[in-house]
Design a binder for this molecule. Sequence first.
Ligand code: TYM
Length: 340
Amino acid sequence: MENTQAVPAKKIMLSGIQPSGDLHLGNYLGAVKNWTELTDEFDCYYFMADLHSITVRQNPAELRRRTVNQLAQYIACGIDPEKNTLFIQSHVHEHAELGWILNCYTMFGELSRMTQFKDKSAKNAENINGGLFTYPSLMAADILLYQADFIPVGEDQKQHCELTRDIAVRFNNIYGETFKVPEPYISKVGARIMSLGNPTSKMSKSDPNGCVFLMDKPDDIARKFKRAVTDSDTENCVHYDVSNKPGVSNLMSIYSSVTGKTFDEIEKEFDGQGYGVFKPAVGDAVIEMLRPIREESERILADKAYLKDVYTQGAQKASAMARRTLRKVYKRVGFVEKPF
Ligand code: TYM
């Protein structure tokens, strides 16, 4: 007998990463690791945010290489292309189109308040371009096109997610219900991994010594952890205290995120052993977590035809969804329907 009961639609998850650098431990623990845990429960869309990348000058050949590498790494991290939609942002032209429209519903003052804009313009004083400024409207378009329910990101993207909500509510208030208002999905541990060289600033690709890349070799990872800056207190004890012990607290967050142990359990495990034992132990845990990801990435990367197939199918599936939302938006704002 045919089952006529409607299956409730799964909620939608969506997120992206800029291929402006190689994936690092912050991207993994803050974002990708969560994505892998949500595959079965949600309808998931994950993409390489290449349109965003060019807000900072990129070498074209490197950008192309990193975009495809990033896809291989997503898959190697456990994001199964059979269950998730994986695509390259520039392959779905609706992102740029909705991005333009949402620019017209985003206020200059709102964009001026974005801390990432302030940070990035301080770092790229010679190239503070319009794209860098309006990038949150494009990010809002990325999210709203898919009617996403949740956005799994690290802490630093929270402000952009909140602006996305404001833009969606504003648009809905003017034109009637058009966009789902999404919520950020931020994990308790690992949402803000700090630099190993300077634990008061965020781990980022622009600081290669304080940053562990997913493709780093075990020796390099071990060296980076051994050299990790710990705190200048005389206690030499493994204890979680972000204000007074930012270095050790960061290492504890990494260890907790990798092993699933609580801070209490970690403090007990290293009781009386000091930083000299703790730092290499964190390094070893990270090495063992990343080893299969690196090996699997290398294997997948060798099969360029497979990767092309994944991003082609991903873009087709994503486009179908994006097209539907964009058509609705065009109608709402008053554009004449395209006759072909
Ligand atoms: P991006 O490319 O800077 O970072 C990608 C993801 O990694 C997280 N992350 C971190 N998490 C913890 N600790 C860190 N040190 C760390 N560094 C980075 C980020 O929070 C993010 O989740 N604008 C976004 C990309 C984007 C996007 C989107 C995300 C474009 N469109 C739509 C979600 C939905 C960005 O630049 O992230």
